[in-house]
Design a binder for this molecule. Structure first.
Ligand SMILES: NC(=O)c1ccc[n+]([C@@H]2O[C@H](COP(=O)([O-])OP(=O)(O)OC[C@H]3O[C@@H](n4cnc5c(N)ncnc54)[C@H](OP(=O)(O)O)[C@@H]3O)[C@@H](O)[C@H]2O)c1
Length: 322
Protein backbone atom coordinates (compact mmCIF):
# COMPACT_ATOMS: atom_id res chain seq x y z
CA UNK A 1 0.00 0.00 0.00
CA UNK A 2 1.18 3.54 -0.73
CA UNK A 3 0.82 6.41 1.72
CA UNK A 4 -2.63 7.56 0.59
CA UNK A 5 -3.92 4.01 0.42
CA UNK A 6 -2.61 3.31 3.91
CA UNK A 7 -4.46 6.33 5.28
CA UNK A 8 -7.59 5.31 3.37
CA UNK A 9 -7.32 1.80 4.79
CA UNK A 10 -7.22 3.19 8.28
CA UNK A 11 -10.25 5.39 7.71
CA UNK A 12 -12.24 2.55 6.17
CA UNK A 13 -11.29 -0.35 8.37
CA UNK A 14 -10.53 0.91 11.85
CA UNK A 15 -13.39 1.66 14.11
CA UNK A 16 -13.84 5.32 15.01
CA UNK A 17 -12.19 6.16 18.30
CA UNK A 18 -15.15 7.90 19.83
CA UNK A 19 -13.47 7.80 23.23
CA UNK A 20 -10.20 9.30 22.10
CA UNK A 21 -8.37 10.08 25.31
CA UNK A 22 -8.26 13.61 26.48
CA UNK A 23 -5.36 13.40 28.83
CA UNK A 24 -2.50 11.79 26.96
CA UNK A 25 0.43 13.98 27.75
CA UNK A 26 3.49 15.24 26.02
CA UNK A 27 6.60 13.33 27.03
CA UNK A 28 8.98 16.14 26.23
CA UNK A 29 10.75 15.85 29.58
CA UNK A 30 12.58 12.91 31.02
CA UNK A 31 10.83 13.05 34.37
CA UNK A 32 7.70 11.44 32.98
CA UNK A 33 6.94 8.15 34.71
CA UNK A 34 6.80 5.12 32.43
CA UNK A 35 5.73 1.55 33.12
CA UNK A 36 7.17 -1.44 31.30
CA UNK A 37 5.21 -4.69 31.24
CA UNK A 38 7.38 -7.63 30.19
CA UNK A 39 11.01 -7.98 31.17
CA UNK A 40 12.35 -10.45 28.67
CA UNK A 41 15.60 -9.63 26.93
CA UNK A 42 13.97 -6.72 25.12
CA UNK A 43 11.80 -5.44 27.97
CA UNK A 44 14.83 -5.29 30.26
CA UNK A 45 16.74 -3.22 27.69
CA UNK A 46 13.76 -0.85 27.34
CA UNK A 47 13.36 -0.41 31.11
CA UNK A 48 17.12 0.02 31.66
CA UNK A 49 17.17 2.77 29.02
CA UNK A 50 14.26 4.60 30.65
CA UNK A 51 15.98 4.40 34.04
CA UNK A 52 19.25 5.65 32.59
CA UNK A 53 17.39 8.61 31.13
CA UNK A 54 15.91 9.56 34.47
CA UNK A 55 12.34 8.33 34.11
CA UNK A 56 10.65 7.02 37.24
CA UNK A 57 10.22 3.49 35.91
CA UNK A 58 7.76 0.89 37.15
CA UNK A 59 8.17 -2.66 35.89
CA UNK A 60 6.16 -5.87 35.93
CA UNK A 61 7.09 -9.34 34.77
CA UNK A 62 5.47 -12.73 35.21
CA UNK A 63 8.76 -14.01 36.64
CA UNK A 64 9.46 -11.26 39.13
CA UNK A 65 13.14 -12.14 39.60
CA UNK A 66 13.93 -10.70 36.16
CA UNK A 67 13.30 -7.28 37.71
CA UNK A 68 16.06 -7.67 40.33
CA UNK A 69 18.83 -5.84 38.44
CA UNK A 70 16.44 -3.08 37.38
CA UNK A 71 15.15 -2.64 40.93
CA UNK A 72 18.72 -2.32 42.17
CA UNK A 73 19.11 0.50 39.62
CA UNK A 74 16.03 2.27 40.96
CA UNK A 75 13.05 0.71 39.16
CA UNK A 76 9.87 0.09 41.14
CA UNK A 77 8.53 -3.46 40.93
CA UNK A 78 4.74 -3.56 40.55
CA UNK A 79 2.89 -6.40 42.21
CA UNK A 80 0.47 -6.71 39.30
CA UNK A 81 -0.06 -5.41 35.79
CA UNK A 82 -2.84 -3.25 37.22
CA UNK A 83 -0.36 -1.65 39.63
CA UNK A 84 2.07 -1.03 36.76
CA UNK A 85 -0.71 0.62 34.73
CA UNK A 86 -1.74 2.77 37.70
CA UNK A 87 1.84 4.03 38.18
CA UNK A 88 2.32 5.83 34.84
CA UNK A 89 0.44 7.59 32.07
CA UNK A 90 2.61 5.79 29.52
CA UNK A 91 2.61 1.99 29.57
CA UNK A 92 4.94 -0.01 27.34
CA UNK A 93 4.17 -3.69 26.75
CA UNK A 94 6.81 -6.00 25.32
CA UNK A 95 6.05 -9.70 25.75
CA UNK A 96 6.34 -12.80 23.60
CA UNK A 97 3.03 -12.71 21.68
CA UNK A 98 -0.14 -10.67 21.15
CA UNK A 99 -2.08 -13.47 22.80
CA UNK A 100 -0.04 -12.82 25.96
CA UNK A 101 -0.39 -9.05 25.49
CA UNK A 102 -4.17 -9.25 25.19
CA UNK A 103 -4.38 -11.60 28.15
CA UNK A 104 -2.59 -8.98 30.24
CA UNK A 105 -4.27 -5.78 29.03
CA UNK A 106 -7.84 -6.77 28.13
CA UNK A 107 -8.95 -7.01 31.77
CA UNK A 108 -7.50 -3.50 32.36
CA UNK A 109 -9.34 -1.51 29.69
CA UNK A 110 -10.88 0.81 32.25
CA UNK A 111 -7.57 1.42 34.03
CA UNK A 112 -5.79 2.11 30.72
CA UNK A 113 -8.47 4.51 29.50
CA UNK A 114 -6.96 7.98 29.00
CA UNK A 115 -3.41 6.63 29.10
CA UNK A 116 -0.93 5.95 26.34
CA UNK A 117 -0.26 2.30 25.53
CA UNK A 118 2.80 1.49 23.44
CA UNK A 119 2.79 -2.13 22.33
CA UNK A 120 6.20 -3.35 21.17
CA UNK A 121 5.30 -7.02 20.95
CA UNK A 122 5.85 -8.72 17.59
CA UNK A 123 2.84 -10.27 15.83
CA UNK A 124 0.89 -9.94 12.62
CA UNK A 125 -0.64 -6.77 11.11
CA UNK A 126 -4.11 -8.07 12.00
CA UNK A 127 -3.01 -8.54 15.64
CA UNK A 128 -1.94 -4.89 15.67
CA UNK A 129 -5.10 -3.62 13.97
CA UNK A 130 -7.46 -5.50 16.25
CA UNK A 131 -5.56 -4.39 19.35
CA UNK A 132 -5.66 -0.79 18.11
CA UNK A 133 -9.41 -1.06 17.50
CA UNK A 134 -9.86 -2.46 21.02
CA UNK A 135 -7.80 0.42 22.44
CA UNK A 136 -9.79 3.01 20.48
CA UNK A 137 -13.02 1.53 21.80
CA UNK A 138 -11.75 2.04 25.34
CA UNK A 139 -10.31 5.55 24.99
CA UNK A 140 -6.70 4.37 25.12
CA UNK A 141 -4.12 6.29 23.06
CA UNK A 142 -2.47 3.40 21.26
CA UNK A 143 0.74 3.08 19.29
CA UNK A 144 1.84 -0.19 17.78
CA UNK A 145 5.58 -0.46 17.38
CA UNK A 146 7.98 -2.82 15.66
CA UNK A 147 11.50 -2.96 17.05
CA UNK A 148 14.05 -3.27 14.26
CA UNK A 149 16.89 -3.57 16.73
CA UNK A 150 18.50 -5.98 19.14
CA UNK A 151 18.68 -5.18 22.89
CA UNK A 152 22.19 -3.59 22.76
CA UNK A 153 20.91 -1.10 20.17
CA UNK A 154 18.04 0.06 22.41
CA UNK A 155 18.75 3.57 23.68
CA UNK A 156 21.25 4.32 20.90
CA UNK A 157 20.93 6.65 17.89
CA UNK A 158 20.93 3.57 15.62
CA UNK A 159 17.97 1.92 17.34
CA UNK A 160 15.16 1.88 14.79
CA UNK A 161 11.56 1.42 15.86
CA UNK A 162 8.61 1.71 13.44
CA UNK A 163 5.40 3.14 14.87
CA UNK A 164 1.83 3.07 13.61
CA UNK A 165 -1.33 4.66 14.91
CA UNK A 166 -2.41 8.25 15.25
CA UNK A 167 0.43 10.58 14.34
CA UNK A 168 -0.58 13.00 17.09
CA UNK A 169 0.02 10.26 19.69
CA UNK A 170 3.46 9.61 18.24
CA UNK A 171 4.19 13.36 18.19
CA UNK A 172 3.10 13.77 21.80
CA UNK A 173 5.51 11.03 22.86
CA UNK A 174 8.23 11.49 20.29
CA UNK A 175 11.04 12.49 22.62
CA UNK A 176 10.38 9.52 24.90
CA UNK A 177 10.17 7.11 21.94
CA UNK A 178 13.41 8.49 20.51
CA UNK A 179 15.13 7.83 23.82
CA UNK A 180 14.33 4.15 23.27
CA UNK A 181 15.55 4.26 19.69
CA UNK A 182 17.09 7.32 18.12
CA UNK A 183 16.01 6.27 14.63
CA UNK A 184 12.37 5.78 15.56
CA UNK A 185 9.81 6.89 12.99
CA UNK A 186 6.05 7.08 12.62
CA UNK A 187 5.33 5.15 9.42
CA UNK A 188 1.53 5.14 9.15
CA UNK A 189 -1.79 5.94 10.77
CA UNK A 190 -2.63 2.29 10.03
CA UNK A 191 -1.40 0.46 13.14
CA UNK A 192 -0.73 -2.67 11.08
CA UNK A 193 1.97 -1.10 8.92
CA UNK A 194 4.93 -1.26 11.36
CA UNK A 195 4.55 -5.03 11.58
CA UNK A 196 4.24 -5.27 7.80
CA UNK A 197 7.55 -3.37 7.59
CA UNK A 198 9.03 -5.60 10.30
CA UNK A 199 7.99 -8.86 8.62
CA UNK A 200 9.03 -7.53 5.19
CA UNK A 201 12.53 -6.69 6.39
CA UNK A 202 12.81 -10.02 8.17
CA UNK A 203 11.79 -11.72 4.90
CA UNK A 204 14.78 -10.08 3.23
CA UNK A 205 16.99 -11.22 6.11
CA UNK A 206 15.81 -14.83 6.15
CA UNK A 207 15.96 -15.21 2.36
CA UNK A 208 19.48 -13.76 2.36
CA UNK A 209 20.46 -15.95 5.30
CA UNK A 210 19.12 -19.08 3.60
CA UNK A 211 21.05 -18.20 0.44
CA UNK A 212 24.18 -17.51 2.48
CA UNK A 213 24.00 -20.92 4.17
CA UNK A 214 23.33 -22.63 0.83
CA UNK A 215 26.32 -20.85 -0.74
CA UNK A 216 28.67 -22.05 1.99
CA UNK A 217 27.20 -25.58 1.79
CA UNK A 218 28.01 -25.69 -1.94
CA UNK A 219 31.54 -24.39 -1.45
CA UNK A 220 32.08 -26.73 1.49
CA UNK A 221 31.68 -29.72 -0.88
CA UNK A 222 34.97 -28.63 -2.49
CA UNK A 223 36.73 -28.62 0.89
CA UNK A 224 36.89 -24.83 1.07
CA UNK A 225 36.22 -23.24 4.44
CA UNK A 226 33.57 -20.61 5.07
CA UNK A 227 36.20 -18.07 6.09
CA UNK A 228 38.11 -18.62 2.89
CA UNK A 229 35.01 -18.07 0.74
CA UNK A 230 33.35 -15.29 2.77
CA UNK A 231 35.31 -12.39 1.18
CA UNK A 232 33.84 -13.33 -2.22
CA UNK A 233 30.33 -13.18 -0.75
CA UNK A 234 31.11 -9.77 0.71
CA UNK A 235 32.15 -8.36 -2.68
CA UNK A 236 29.18 -10.04 -4.39
CA UNK A 237 26.73 -8.52 -1.90
CA UNK A 238 28.34 -5.12 -2.12
CA UNK A 239 28.27 -4.76 -5.88
CA UNK A 240 25.73 -7.21 -7.32
CA UNK A 241 23.14 -8.08 -4.67
CA UNK A 242 23.04 -4.47 -3.55
CA UNK A 243 22.30 -3.28 -7.10
CA UNK A 244 19.53 -5.88 -7.34
CA UNK A 245 17.68 -5.21 -4.10
CA UNK A 246 19.12 -2.17 -2.29
CA UNK A 247 18.33 0.33 -4.99
CA UNK A 248 15.64 2.93 -5.62
CA UNK A 249 15.92 2.14 -9.33
CA UNK A 250 14.74 -1.42 -8.70
CA UNK A 251 11.96 -0.18 -6.42
CA UNK A 252 10.83 2.13 -9.24
CA UNK A 253 10.68 -0.90 -11.58
CA UNK A 254 8.11 -2.49 -9.25
CA UNK A 255 6.12 0.72 -8.72
CA UNK A 256 5.95 1.46 -12.44
CA UNK A 257 5.58 -2.17 -13.57
CA UNK A 258 8.15 -1.54 -16.30
CA UNK A 259 10.27 -4.68 -16.30
CA UNK A 260 12.36 -4.02 -19.42
CA UNK A 261 16.03 -4.77 -18.72
CA UNK A 262 19.42 -4.42 -20.33
CA UNK A 263 21.18 -6.17 -17.46
CA UNK A 264 19.87 -9.69 -16.85
CA UNK A 265 16.57 -11.29 -17.86
CA UNK A 266 14.25 -13.98 -16.47
CA UNK A 267 15.42 -16.60 -19.01
CA UNK A 268 19.05 -16.24 -17.95
CA UNK A 269 18.11 -16.53 -14.29
CA UNK A 270 15.78 -19.47 -14.99
CA UNK A 271 18.77 -21.34 -16.42
CA UNK A 272 20.99 -20.34 -13.47
CA UNK A 273 18.36 -21.56 -11.01
CA UNK A 274 18.19 -24.87 -12.88
CA UNK A 275 21.96 -25.22 -12.67
CA UNK A 276 22.02 -24.46 -8.95
CA UNK A 277 19.29 -27.01 -8.24
CA UNK A 278 20.87 -29.71 -10.41
CA UNK A 279 24.40 -29.14 -9.07
CA UNK A 280 23.17 -29.00 -5.48
CA UNK A 281 21.42 -32.34 -5.91
CA UNK A 282 24.58 -33.86 -7.42
CA UNK A 283 26.64 -32.52 -4.52
CA UNK A 284 24.16 -33.62 -1.86
CA UNK A 285 23.11 -30.09 -0.90
CA UNK A 286 19.41 -29.51 -0.19
CA UNK A 287 18.08 -26.98 -2.73
CA UNK A 288 14.38 -27.53 -2.10
CA UNK A 289 13.88 -23.93 -0.92
CA UNK A 290 14.83 -22.76 -4.42
CA UNK A 291 12.26 -24.94 -6.25
CA UNK A 292 9.44 -22.35 -5.89
CA UNK A 293 11.78 -19.60 -7.15
CA UNK A 294 12.59 -21.71 -10.22
CA UNK A 295 8.88 -22.46 -10.67
CA UNK A 296 8.11 -18.72 -10.73
CA UNK A 297 10.82 -18.20 -13.38
CA UNK A 298 9.46 -21.15 -15.41
CA UNK A 299 5.97 -19.67 -15.31
CA UNK A 300 7.15 -16.22 -16.35
CA UNK A 301 9.06 -17.64 -19.30
CA UNK A 302 5.97 -19.70 -20.22
CA UNK A 303 3.87 -16.53 -20.10
CA UNK A 304 6.23 -14.79 -22.53
CA UNK A 305 8.19 -12.65 -20.03
CA UNK A 306 11.58 -14.32 -20.58
CA UNK A 307 13.19 -11.07 -21.73
CA UNK A 308 11.95 -9.08 -18.74
CA UNK A 309 13.91 -8.26 -15.59
CA UNK A 310 13.95 -10.93 -12.89
CA UNK A 311 12.24 -8.28 -10.74
CA UNK A 312 9.04 -9.43 -12.48
CA UNK A 313 8.91 -12.31 -9.96
CA UNK A 314 7.29 -9.65 -7.74
CA UNK A 315 4.17 -10.07 -9.91
CA UNK A 316 4.10 -13.76 -8.98
CA UNK A 317 4.12 -13.22 -5.23
CA UNK A 318 2.15 -10.00 -4.81
CA UNK A 319 -1.30 -10.26 -3.22
CA UNK A 320 -4.08 -10.84 -5.69
CA UNK A 321 -6.73 -8.14 -5.55
CA UNK A 322 -9.71 -9.28 -3.50
N1 LIG B 1 15.17 -9.74 21.56
C1 LIG B 1 15.21 -9.12 20.41
O1 LIG B 1 16.27 -8.96 19.79
C2 LIG B 1 13.95 -8.53 19.81
C3 LIG B 1 14.07 -7.67 18.70
C4 LIG B 1 12.92 -7.12 18.15
C5 LIG B 1 11.68 -7.43 18.69
N2 LIG B 1 11.59 -8.26 19.76
C6 LIG B 1 10.25 -8.58 20.26
O2 LIG B 1 10.11 -8.23 21.63
C7 LIG B 1 9.19 -9.13 22.24
C8 LIG B 1 9.85 -9.71 23.49
O3 LIG B 1 11.04 -10.37 23.07
P1 LIG B 1 12.17 -10.79 24.10
O4 LIG B 1 13.41 -10.93 23.32
O5 LIG B 1 12.12 -9.91 25.29
O6 LIG B 1 11.63 -12.26 24.48
P2 LIG B 1 11.92 -13.10 25.80
O7 LIG B 1 13.25 -12.77 26.38
O8 LIG B 1 11.65 -14.51 25.43
O9 LIG B 1 10.81 -12.58 26.82
C9 LIG B 1 9.45 -12.94 26.65
C10 LIG B 1 8.63 -12.11 27.62
O10 LIG B 1 7.25 -12.50 27.49
C11 LIG B 1 6.78 -12.87 28.79
N3 LIG B 1 5.75 -13.88 28.71
C12 LIG B 1 5.71 -14.97 27.91
N4 LIG B 1 4.59 -15.68 28.13
C13 LIG B 1 3.91 -15.02 29.10
C14 LIG B 1 2.67 -15.23 29.75
N5 LIG B 1 1.88 -16.29 29.44
N6 LIG B 1 2.27 -14.34 30.68
C15 LIG B 1 3.03 -13.25 30.98
N7 LIG B 1 4.22 -12.99 30.40
C16 LIG B 1 4.65 -13.86 29.47
C17 LIG B 1 8.01 -13.41 29.49
O11 LIG B 1 7.79 -13.50 30.88
P3 LIG B 1 8.73 -14.48 31.77
O12 LIG B 1 10.03 -13.75 31.93
O13 LIG B 1 7.96 -14.65 33.00
O14 LIG B 1 8.88 -15.75 30.97
C18 LIG B 1 9.01 -12.33 29.09
O15 LIG B 1 8.82 -11.15 29.81
C19 LIG B 1 8.85 -10.22 21.22
O16 LIG B 1 7.61 -9.94 20.61
C20 LIG B 1 9.98 -10.07 20.22
O17 LIG B 1 9.63 -10.48 18.90
C21 LIG B 1 12.70 -8.80 20.35
Amino acid sequence: MRGGEIAAYHLNECRPDTHFPRRHRSMSNNNAPVSVVGLGLMGQALAATLLRNGHPTTVWNRSAEKADALVSEGAKLAGSVADAVAASDVVIVCVSTYEVTRGLIDPLAKELSGKTLVNLTTGTPDDARSTAAWAADHGIAYLDGAIMAIPPLVGTPQGQFFYGGKKEIFDANESLLKELGGASVHVSEDPGVPLIFDLALLTVLYAAGQGWGHAHALVNTAGISAQEFQPYINTWVQYVVSAAIASQDQARVIDEGDYATEISNVSTNQLALGHIIQASKELGVDASWLEPVKKAADELVGEGYGNDSFARTFEKVKAKKK
